[in-house]
Design a protein around this ligand. Sequence first.
Ligand code: PHE
Length: 448
Amino acid sequence: MPPHILSSVPRKLHLQPAHPVSLVRQLLEQQFPNPTFRHINALDPVVSTAQNFDSLGFPDDHPGRARSDTYYINRTTLLRTHTSAHQAEAFAGVTAEQPGYLISADVYRRDAIDRTHYPVFHQTEGALVWDREALGVRDVADKVYADLAALPDHDIVVEDVNPPFHAVRNPRQERWHSEAECAAIGAHLKRSLELLVVRIFGLARAAARRASQGVPGGDEPLKVRWVEAYFPFTSPSWELEVFHEGAWLEILGCGVVRQELLNASAPASVREPTNWSSGWAFGIGLERIAMLLFRIPDIRLFWSTDQRFLSQFKSLQGPRGDGDLSGLEQGLRPFVPFSKYPACVKDVSFWVPGPTTTSSAAGGNPTRDDSQSFHENDVMEVVRAAAGDLVEDVRLVDQFVHPKTRRRSLCYRVSYRSLERTLTNIEANEMHDAVVRLLVERLGVEIR
Ligand code: PHE
């Protein structure tokens, strides 16, 4: 477990008053309010493989389980890779008065280094179920449609070309849910999340207008689209994309909860746990929303303790503290970068140890038995260990296999840049030397 990861655990950015990650969490909590949704914000990031994977139906060979993707503490204990790790416990806690929940938490993934990826980030997971026993019905479709009718309308453009479910691509859980019920839950889920987009992007656009920046496409109606997706713990499943500054941006994953999961986590008060309820769940990344809402250009900024960063959000948190976003409505202004300090760019080329595997080098699929094989995420981890948040970007710029020896050579380009000051070339050289030494020491590469 790298020290730079462990030291992030106590930070809890989603709970720091006026921190942009916390403001987005509060925005979600307003959108999915008490008492319908129980807000859960202090769950320990150390979970079991049963919680993070098994309870959710992840197959044994799923790449998410690989050591190259996940921070393991030991064979069966890890830092959660998503808030879905808590679905089972959270469903067991729902009641007739509080049939939904919202979990916000820090999550951990070994990943690339660039301006939108950081090995620690935050997610909010939401879910809502309809309890057949409590409602006194066997099929909840009518009840769900009635609840849908009570949700507000909106006027955004929604592209949703696929049927509510599809036998092959995006199946209904036939054994458990009628056609009407599956369609009703999907429709309620989609409208609930479209309303979330209306709220978030409405704020962002109003802020851009106030700053009279003129967002590209800012006067066109807001456009979203539903894309079929796959998650082991929902079916059917979707991703929601928003048309933002000329491109489709994926903002969340969601779907109709797998009945096996619900059945296994029925609250103690439920008399007949088999098919006791049915409902939806979604998961959304908070940094990505905060980056577009506040126009924050680099994900490392969230971890900055520099007042030039933090002070810009102070006025958005209202005087009544957590939950009071009165400052956000009128006061939201795009983040003003305090300066763009110069980058120092350095390359490192090396021979990869061991035989060349067939899959492509960087970004190749991790295999289940990844104990020996070389993975790009290991390079990222070494760079972070040696240079921490002073690295802005690491990318593979060249690779080849030697025709005779079959040895593989990789060249990575590392950009060093501080967000808070100018790095000297001497400093950057020292860091790069440390990166090179650690690559040799930890990964056994041969520098060229
Ligand atoms: N846990 C999923 C992810 O991290 C998101 C998700 C949550 C999808 C809940 C469906 C339901 O990508």
